[in-house]
Design a protein around this ligand. Structure first.
Ligand SMILES: [Zn+2]
Length: 310
C-alpha cells in the first residue's frame, strides 16, 4: 500500500521570502535603548496578592482585612493563626502605655555558625523582614488599671527561638518587675533553644528561671500565656512555671515532638496529645482563653491576684 507523505520541500515553503524586506541600515547608526515595558509574566500578576488566606482548619478563604480585624482568628471556625508580637501588644495594652525595654539589643554570632547560610546573615534577613531585633519584645505597660511587665515572643523571628538576647531581655524584664513590684506576663511561642548559639541558648533556661525565683520570692504574680506552638527549651523553663498558666485554643504545647516521644516510649500516643485541650484535662495548664478574651481575662486575673504585695 502506497502512502503519500508531504514535506516542506514539496509544498515549497522552504524558500519562502519575507513579506517585507527590512530597509538597509545606514552606516554608523546608534540604536536607541529599548523602551522599558512593564513586566507581565503571567495573568496571575493581575490579582493582588495577600488579600485572602486559606484557613488550615476549616478550609474557608478568609479575607485578610477581616482576619486582621479579628486578631488573626478565623471568623468561621475560631482557628487561631500566628500573630506578631507588635500586633499582640497592640491588642492587649492601653494605648501608648507600652514602654519598650532593650529595644536595640541584638545577638552576636559567638560560634561563627555556618549552615546553609551564616547565622549573621540569617539574623539580618529576619531583622529586615520582621522589623524586630530578635524574637521577643519586652516592656512595662498598662493593662486595664494594672501596671505590668510584659514580654511577648514572635514566632516569625527564627521560629521564636530562644538565644542569648531572648533570655537576657526576659531576665531583665523579670528583674525590673521584681524591682518595681509589678506583676509579670509572658506570652510565649517558640520552637525552643536557638541552635545557632549552642550552649549559650541553653543557659537562658536557667537564667530566666533564676530571675523568676526572685520574682516569686517577692510574692509577685506571674501569668504565663502559651500560644501555638510553645515547645522545647522555652516550655521546659519560664513558660511552664507561671503562677497561672493559660493557653490559646488548639495550641501545641510540649517538650519533644510527638514522633520522638512515640519512638522513645514505643507506645501509641493518645488522641489530641500535646494540645492545649489535652493538657487542660491533665492539669498542666489552668485555663484555655481565646485571643479575643485574653485582655479582659488578664485584667480579671490581675484583679484577683492583685499586685502580689499581700
Ligand atoms: Zn477556619
Amino acid at each position: 500500500m502506497a502512502t503519500t507523505t508531504f514535506n516542506k520541500k514539496t509544498l515549497g515553503l522552504e524558500s519562502a521570502e519575507p513579506a517585507v524586506t527590512p530597509p538597509p541600515v545606514p552606516p554608523n547608526t546608534t540604536f536607541a535603548k529599548k523602551p522599558k515595558l512593564p513586566s507581565r509574566k503571567s495573568k496571575k500578576r493581575d490579582i493582588p496578592e495577600g488579600l485572602w488566606t486559606k484557613c488550615p482548619k476549616c478550609g474557608n478563604m478568609v479575607f485578610d482585612k477581616e482576619l486582621d480585624e479579628n486578631l488573626k482568628v478565623c471568623p468561621r471556625c475560631q482557628h487561631h493563626f500566628t500573630i506578631g508580637a507588635r500586633e499582640r501588644i497592640h491588642s492587649l495594652v492601653e494605648t501608648c502605655t507600652f514602654e519598650e525595654m532593650d529595644a536595640s539589643m541584638t545577638s552576636m554570632d559567638v560560634l561563627t555558625f555556618t549552615g546553609v547560610a551564616s547565622y549573621t546573615s540569617k539574623l539580618e534577613d529576619y531583622q529586615r523582614s520582621t522589623g524586630m531585633k530578635d524574637a521577643v519584645l519586652t516592656g512595662i505597660c498598662k493593662i486595664g488599671e494594672h501596671r505590668a511587665a510584659l514580654g511577648v515572643m514572635d514566632f516569625g523571628f527564627l521560629g521564636g527561638s530562644m538565644g542569648s538576647v531572648v533570655g537576657e531581655k526576659l531576665a531583665r524584664l523579670i528583674e525590673k518587675a521584681t524591682e518595681k513590684t509589678l506583676p509579670l506576663i509572658i506570652i510565649s511561642t517558640s520552637g525552643g533553644a536557638r541552635m545557632y548559639e549552642g550552649m549559650f541558648s541553653l543557659m537562658q533556661m536557667a537564667k530566666t528561671c533564676a530571675a523568676l525565683a526572685y520574682h516569686t520570692k517577692a510574692r509577685l504574680p506571674y501569668i504565663s500565656v502559651l500560644t501555638h506552638p510553645t515547645t522545647a527549651g522555652v516550655m521546659a523553663s519560664y513558660a511552664s512555671v507561671g503562677d497561672l498558666i493559660i493557653a490559646e485554643p488548639g495550641a501545641m504545647i510540649g517538650f519533644a515532638g510527638p514522633r520522638v516521644i512515640k519512638d522513645t516510649t514505643q507506645a501509641e500516643l493518645p488522641p489530641g496529645f500535646q494540645t492545649a485541650e489535652f493538657l487542660l484535662d491533665h492539669g498542666l495548664i489552668d485555663a484555655i482563653v481565646s485571643r479575643k478574651e485574653l485582655k479582659p481575662k488578664l485584667i480579671e486575673y490581675l484583679n484577683y491576684m492583685g499586685n502580689g504585695r499581700g
